[in-house]
Design a protein around this ligand. Structure first.
Ligand code: INI
Length: 154
C-alpha cells in the first residue's frame, strides 16, 4: 500500500501568513506566538512569515479571500477566539468564521488551517492559548506545515 502523507518540515522558502483577529487579543496574541514558534521550529524563515490583523473573527473569511486572491502566500494559518456571551452573537460569529474559512480554502485550493477557538468561557480559551490544553495556534501552524507538504505530493 502506498501511503501519501505530508512531512512536518519546511525548507525555508515557504511564504506563510497568519491571519489573527484583534478581538480577545489577550488570547489571540498567545495563539500567534504559538503559530510563530511552530513555524520557526519546523524550519521556516522569519522573513517569510507575515501577520495580518483583522478586527474580529467575523472578518477573517473576507480578508482570507483577499489574501488567497493575491496569490502571495503558500499557505495561511487563521487564528482567533470567539467566546460565548449572554446572547446568541457567539453562534453567528463562530458559524460564519468557520464556514467562511472552509469555503475560501476549498475555493482557492490552497492550504489553510483553522486555529479559531470557540469556547464557552474565557478560562477554556486561556487553557487552549498556551496553558494546560496546549496552544491551538501552534497546532494550527503544525497542521498547515503538514498540509503544505501533502499538497505538493498530490
Ligand atoms: N469577535 C471575535 O473574534 N470573538 C468574539 O468573541 C466576538 N464577540 O463575542 O462578539 C467577536 N465579535 C466581533 C465580530 O467578530 C466582528 O468583528 C464585529 O461584529 C464587526 O463586524
Amino acid at each position: 500500500m502506498n501511503i501519501v502523507e505530508g512531512k512536518l518540515s519546511l525548507d525555508g522558502s515557504e511564504k506563510i501568513a497568519v491571519v489573527n483577529s484583534r478581538f480577545n487579543h489577550i488570547i489571540t496574541d498567545r495563539l500567534v506566538e504559538g503559530a510563530k514558534d511552530a513555524f520557526l521550529r519546523h524550519g521556516g524563515e522569519e522573513k517569510n512569515l507575515d501577520l495580518i490583523l483583522v478586527p474580529g473573527a467575523f472578518e477573517i473569511p473576507m480578508v482570507l479571500s483577499k489574501i488567497l486572491e493575491s496569490g502571495k502566500y503558500d499557505g495561511i494559518c487563521c487564528v482567533g477566539a470567539v467566546i460565548r456571551g449572554a446572547t446568541p452573537h457567539f453562534d453567528y460569529i463562530s458559524a460564519e468564521a468557520t464556514k467562511g474559512i472552509a469555503t475560501m480554502a476549498l475555493k482557492y485550493h490552497k492550504p489553510v488551517t483553522y486555529g479559531v477557538l470557540t469556547t464557552d468561557t474565557i478560562e477554556q480559551a486561556i487553557e487552549r492559548a498556551g496553558s494546560k490544553a496546549g496552544n491551538k495556534g501552534f497546532e494550527s501552524m503544525t497542521g498547515l506545515i503538514e498540509l503544505l507538504s501533502l499538497y505538493k505530493s498530490l
